[in-house]
Design a protein around this ligand. Structure first.
Ligand code: NAD
Length: 368
């Protein structure tokens, strides 16, 4: 059983104050103000959509990586090879929040000109919430599909196995919306839960679902110690200390998608899989992202966004399995959470807030 079961109390932080605070931390840590603001903006975007595991909670770890030279400020893309419809690009270990927009904008520009494009990105710093990138393409009227892996982020056992072989490998599909309609956005990790959710559970937050983890003897577990080893009250949570693994969602199907994320984002990009890298810089977590951009008009799809929205309404009209519990379509939950948090602020667990304040203090940044 997990050791601590109660949901922790939270601070509610106004969005603008949080943006300013996080940007100030990155500026003091060594980023130019523009880059610092952009990192803060994208981290906050994950919080706004309810994906706190990929939000400002990452700040202390990012600052540590910057200090250790595992992520590098002020980087840009290097184009390795390209044609009218594709490019292989290297992120040079720059911040994912800097490299991500450059890669996506290249894909958008090529798809607008040629109707479709593929961008194979390697060696990007942690690129955060993938839905962010699909939203950027959808805002320009493009459908986009993303397969992502995490080099040196091995945490997930393949279906039928107990040893870690995949990272939490997210995949994402984004579809542009008509005005006033929420964007259709599927965006999830291929592990049964994201690692951030194990972290939250280990700190007394929401309990993990049964079978989220697997022990070396093949038995299923929901105990964060399976991933982190024995928990101490305030000790760091390091997956290197645990001997178990996360499980892929959906048995052989989810495990198969995770596998293909490694092949597309880790191998086809010319980057690395999540497996061991001979001579690789230990602990240098990077994302590979294989992205496909499609202009609906190129396919002769007239009124594409409106027809997609019609279909979404039809799906939502399904009678609920549980009376009173609404059928949602992909992206709907995030759109609602964003509207609510923009209005009311971002809830942060006290330990998350404490870690941000400690990072700020170490850099001499005042806390709001
Ligand atoms: P999740 O399990 O919350 O699933 C989110 C998806 O499911 C969304 O598309 C959402 O709209 C949809 N959804 C949620 N509830 C629904 C419902 N009731 N009905 C219909 N659809 C519903 O997401 P996750 O697996 O915890 O992933 C969280 C985030 O972590 C994602 O944004 C992902 O991109 C990110 N991530 C990033 C990395 C990285 O290396 N950069 C790695 C793993 C995950």
């Amino acid at each position: 059983m997990p050791k601590i079961l109660n949901e922790l109390p939270t601070h509610l932080i106004p969005v603008e104050a949080l943006q300013t605070f996080i940007a100030a931390i990155f500026a003091k840590a060594g980023c130019e103000p523009g880059e610092a603001g952009q990192i803060a903006h994208h981290l906050l975007g994950a919080n706004l959509t309810g994906h706190d595991s990929h939000g400002v909670i990452r700040t202390p770890r990012y600052v540590q990586w910057l200090t250790e030279g595992k992520v590098v400020a002020g980087q840009t893309l290097t184009i390795v090879t390209e044609s009218a419809t594709h490019a292989v690009v290297d992120g040079n270990y720059g911040f994912g929040q800097t490299i991500g927009p450059l890669a996506v904008d290249l894909g958008i520009a090529k798809a607008r000109a040629a109707g479709m494009s593929i961008i194979a990105l390697r060696h990007s710093g942690h690129i955060g919430r993938i839905g962010d990138w699909a939203e950027r393409a959808a805002a320009q009227g493009l459908v986009s599909i993303h397969f992502v892996n995490v080099s040196q982020g091995e945490l997930v056992a393949p279906y039928g196995g107990v040893d870690r072989r995949f990272s939490t490998n997210p995949m994402c599909v984004g579809v542009p919306a008509s005005a006033d309609e929420p964007m259709l956005l599927l965006d999830f990790a291929t592990s049964l839960v994201a690692e951030g959710k194990v972290l939250v559970a280990s700190n007394g937050g929401k309990v993990l679902p049964d079978g989220a983890l697997i022990r070396p003897d093949g038995s299923h577990s929901s105990d964060p110690e399976t991933l982190y080893g024995p928990l101490t009250t305030n000790g760091p949570r390091d997956p290197a200390n645990g001997d178990g693994a996360l499980r892929a969602f959906g048995d052989h199907k989810g495990s198969g998608i995770a596998f293909m994320c490694e092949i597309l984002a880790g191998v086809l990009t010319g980057g690395e899989t999540s497996g061991p890298i001979p001579g690789g810089k230990r602990g240098r977590i990077t994302n590979g992202m294989f992205s496909i951009y499609l202009d609906p008009t190129h396919f002769g799809a007239t009124d594409f966004a409106a027809k997609a929205a019609d279909y979404a309404r039809y799906v939502k009209a399904s009678r609920p399995a549980e009376p009173g519990v609404e059928v949602l379509v992909p992206g709907e939950k995030e759109a609602r959470t964003r509207a609510h948090r923009l209005a009311h602020g971002v809830p942060l667990q006290l330990d998350t807030w404490g870690a941000l304040v400690a990072t700020a203090q170490a850099l001499g940044v005042p806390s709001p």
